[in-house]
Design a protein around this ligand. Structure first.
Ligand code: HEC
Ligand code: HEC
Length: 129
């Protein structure tokens, strides 16, 4: 996770789920997410303008530059990008539904250091139920 992460990202964007690393989505996708917060994946994630501006600027600055991650994500989801699907293709459909996982978006269920933005093979532990 970039060290210049504003406190507001923690309070406004990591209360319902983990703080997703800005480098895993391109600038355009983050912009789409930040301009639709009142209807955010079935939730209302709206916030004050001050926080919204601060978070938007930080996401823009730290958005994906690597070509692999800098794609327009379908439905604004990391979990629907071609690289995500490829990296996770050995995980069977019933595994995603285990109570300890619930959703592919719940990165931290398997990537034990996900909140720090670490996804390497060495820090993966898939819940058995
Ligand atoms: C009120 C709760 C709530 C807040 C606050 C919230 N989100 Fe979400 N977010 C959700 C839900 C619910 C989903 C869908 C999760 C799922 O599919 O399991 C989601 C999904 C996402 C996804 C897509 C995950 C995927 O499938 O790849 C991104 C990216 C995201 N949120 C970013 C943000 C950002 C950035 C903020 C702050 C500006 C934020 N969220 C604040 C509830 C919230
Ligand atoms: C069900 C467990 C599980 C969940 C949930 C999960 N992953 Fe993974 N992830 C894996 C496995 C297993 C691999 C493949 C490791 C390998 O073989 O290289 C992987 C690979 C990755 C890689 C490639 C790592 C590398 O060094 O090559 C990234 C990046 C990644 N995941 C990000 C995410 C993100 C972001 C989320 C949440 C939006 C997520 N994952 C959710 C299990 C999971």
């Amino acid at each position: 996770m970039p060290s210049d992460m504003p406190k507001s990202y923690e309070t406004e964007c990591a209360s319902c789920h983990m703080p997703y690393p800005p480098g895993l989505l391109g600038e355009q996708t983050w912009q789409n997410i930040m301009s639709g917060l009142s209807k955010h994946f079935g939730a209302d994630a709206s916030m004050d303008d001050k926080e919204k501006k601060e978070i938007s600027a930080w996401l823009r600055k730290n958005a994906a530059t690597k070509q692999k991650y800098n794609v327009l994500a379908p439905d604004n989801r990391i979990t629907k990008t071609p690289w995500f699907i490829r990296e996770h293709d050995e995980i069977k459909a019933d595994v995603w539904k285990r109570v300890g996982i619930k959703s592919p978006a719940n990165c931290g269920a398997c990537h034990v250091n996900a909140t720090e933005g670490i996804f390497s093979e060495k820090s993966i532990s898939i819940p058995t139920k």
